[in-house]
Write a protein that binds this ligand. Structure first.
Ligand code: HEC
Length: 167
């Protein structure tokens, strides 16, 4: 009887210790998942996003898109709030405007290429208006997450790139 009592207490102790260790770990993991991404970009499981004009795709997880959203908030939001382009509203981040660029920017690789070397909308010259993102600033993985966030937001986010500043 005494032995089993000690055993039960011992096991309970282990359970409590495990919970104390695992609970903070789980909260940290949960914090990496952005609720905007889950709710408005409708990403709960990894989704396929188009990589290039040939139609190849790659999977991006909720974590990838959440990381992309954080990069966007830190570095792009000033000029592109809600997917608009404050200094040049004609070239917004809406899907329609991304599709209409030369070459089209409605896929991950084209967005990455643009961010590494921003070009004018007709693709003829370098543009000094948008913020250039060199490799020394964002790795390939980071910039792909950022591009994936922009693309998914253009596809799904309500009101993304709709210019509401003029009225
Ligand atoms: C200082 C303001 C500014 C910042 C910061 C900025 N941009 Fe831009 N961005 C612009 C302007 C202006 C244009 C239009 C450029 C042109 O037409 O030459 C543009 C164009 C773009 C386009 C092309 C849109 C289209 O429809 O073809 C994308 C994509 C883009 N920006 C993404 C980003 C991302 C991602 C970031 C953050 C790393 C960023 N921008 C930071 C000003 C900015």
């Amino acid at each position: 009887m005494l032995v089993s009592n000690i055993l039960v207490r011992f096991l309970l102790g282990i359970l409590v210790t495990l919970w104390l260790i695992l609970f903070p770990v789980q909260s940290v993991l949960a914090a990496n998942l952005d609720s905007y991404v889950v709710r408005y970009l409708q990403v709960k499981e990894p989704i396929d996003l188009q990589l290039n004009e040939q139609g190849e795709t790659r999977k991006f997880s909720v974590e990838d898109l959440s990381a992309g959203k954080r990069l966007f908030e830190d570095s792009c939001l000033n000029c592109h709030v809600g997917g608009s382009t404050i200094p040049n509203p004609i070239v917004s981040l809406s899907l329609k405007d991304l599709e209409g660029a030369t070459p089209p920017r409605d896929n991950v690789n084209a967005l990455v290429a643009f961010l590494r070397e921003p070009m004018t909308y007709d693709g003829t010259e370098e543009s000094y208006w948008c913020r250039q993102v060199p490799e020394s600033w964002m790795s390939q993985k980071e910039i792909e997450n950022l591009a994936a966030f922009v693309l998914r937001a253009a596809q799904k986010a309500p009101g993304w790139g709709v210019d509401t500043f003029e009225n």
